[in-house]
Write a protein that binds this ligand. Structure first.
Ligand code: FCB
Length: 436
């Protein structure tokens, strides 16, 4: 259960929100072009329960009801994503236009993410040109919504999109390129930089990115385990953050990237107004174990220079992810130490957990613990400006299908009935309390 100690107060102006993404909730697949996720989910065996996101939460048709749920919750802001394949379709931007108007009318600030993994099916992040195409997409969106939307997120978790989608092949587009996937990381970073320029050219001034980060714990003090953990830490916590915040790749990485890397880094390192961190759990990493292992539903090839290990001694979510609130404080303070004044103010753009049930006390415990851990980071001097729960609604959880429920609101996928869970009431009470 959540502790009964009063929740400490966050600084005035702290931004409280919830997050979703287009492919995971929108449905209305006929009113948009295909994305790599449509192609991927149509292939047998790709999604655990064989499902697709063709309907998902039918949010395009039910967005008014979902906006009412946001208003009832009392969040300051709603992070959603703009589907690039929908924007490309005739009238696709009209939907976001209405959504933004409805959010503003409900007193909720729209915070769109411009790419959350649903790449148009004819594009490919191995191609540099995709970065330019993305900048065009961004320019179209900001031209239409920029009179009302002031806060923007360029990309969501390019690290997972690279690793899971292109290196390990468990997410769309399902490629298993291992380290040959590195250009995908570079092109997404370049796309981010070009997007920042396009947004600024249109007058936007409140721009961030949502990167996934978390502490990497070595499996032991053994030199081989420490080196493997270091390597993994570079992939997860530095490969994307160093270029963005320091204008350079971690040692040895730049040489592996395509194109005129030095010139690209100048674009990639365009100053950010804030830096988004998605945090779920720490990772324990050791030396390679010499055989392909399965971890969290992901087959890890033997050739990788590390192996992911079980974290013991903590409760786990339905996804098997350990619940370690103090690791949120750890990752935030580590970021502040590593990047110092190069780190822009931080917003936690995702945090949440998968549990079944309407009376989701485990979710309440998870969120309560993490919000307190966040406050400890604020007390330690990290400039954190906001927190977004993943997610408003149960939704299509990528390769897991509908089997992992992250929502504050339960969705019955047969009837599309929405029912707020205990965690919804808990979050609403927290927001009220913080404003009193
Ligand atoms: C993050 C993704 C988000 C959701 C959560 C559970 O990695 O950004 O779309 O799937 O995990």
């Amino acid at each position: 259960m959540a502790t009964t100690n009063p929740m400490p107060r966050f600084p005035a102006g702290f931004l409280w929100g919830v997050s979703t993404s287009a492919h995971q909730i929108e449905g209305a697949v006929d009113a948009r072009e295909a994305s790599v996720w449509d192609v991927f989910t149509a292939e047998p065996g790709r999604v655990r329960d064989g499902s697709t996101a063709a309907v998902a939460c039918d949010h395009v048709h039910r967005h008014r009801e979902d906006v009412a749920l946001l208003a009832g919750l009392g969040v300051d802001a709603y992070r959603f994503s703009v589907s690039w394949p929908r924007v490309r379709a005739e009238g696709g931007l009209d939907f976001y236009d209405r959504l933004v108007d409805d959010l503003l009318a409900a007193g909720v600030r729209p915070v769109p993410t411009l790419f959350h993994w649903d790449l148009p099916a004819h594009l490919d992040w191995l191609e540099r040109d995709t970065a330019e195409r993305f900048a065009e997409h961004v320019a179209r969106v900001v031209a239409r919504l920029g009179d009302r939307v002031t806060k923007w997120i360029t990309l969501n978790e390019p690290a997972e999109h690279t690793l899971l989608g292109h290196a390990l092949g468990v997410h769309a587009p399902g490629r298993r390129l291992l380290f040959d996937a590195l250009p995908v990381a570079h092109h997404q970073l370049l796309a981010h930089g070009l997007a920042v320029r396009a947004l600024r050219a249109a007058g936007a001034s409140d721009i961030g990115i949502a990167n996934s980060h978390g502490p990497t714990w070595p499996a032991s003090d053994d030199e081989a385990d420490v080196a493997a953990a270091d390597f993994y830490d570079t992939l997860l916590n530095r490969l994307f953050a160093d270029p963005l915040l320091l204008g350079r790749y971690p040692e040895g990485v730049g040489e592996l990237m395509p194109g005129d890397v030095e010139a690209d880094l100048k674009i990639i390192a365009e100053p950010l107004d804030w830096y988004g961190i998605n945090y779920y759990a720490p990772t324990r990493v050791g030396a390679p174990q010499g055989a392909e292992i399965e971890f969290g539903g992901v087959r890890m090839p033997a050739e990788l220079p590390f192996s992911v290990r079980e974290i013991e001694g903590y409760p786990v979510t339905d996804f098997g992810w350990p619940v370690v609130p103090e690791a949120l404080t750890e990752v935030l303070t580590a970021f502040a130490d590593r990047y110092g004044d190069r780190l822009a103010p931080v917003i936690v753009t995702e945090n949440g957990c998968a549990y079944e049930g309407l009376d989701d006390t485990e979710r309440v415990t998870y969120l309560d613990g993490h919000v307190r851990a966040l406050h400890r980071a604020v007390e330690a001097g990290v400039d954190v400006r906001g927190y977004f729960v993943w997610s408003l609604l149960d939704n299509f959880e990528w390769a897991e299908g509908y089997g992992r429920r992250f929502g504050l609101v339960h969705v019955d996928f047969d009837t599309q009935r929405r029912t707020p869970k205990a965690s919804y009431d808990w979050y609403r009470a927290l927001l009220r309390e913080q404003r009193d």
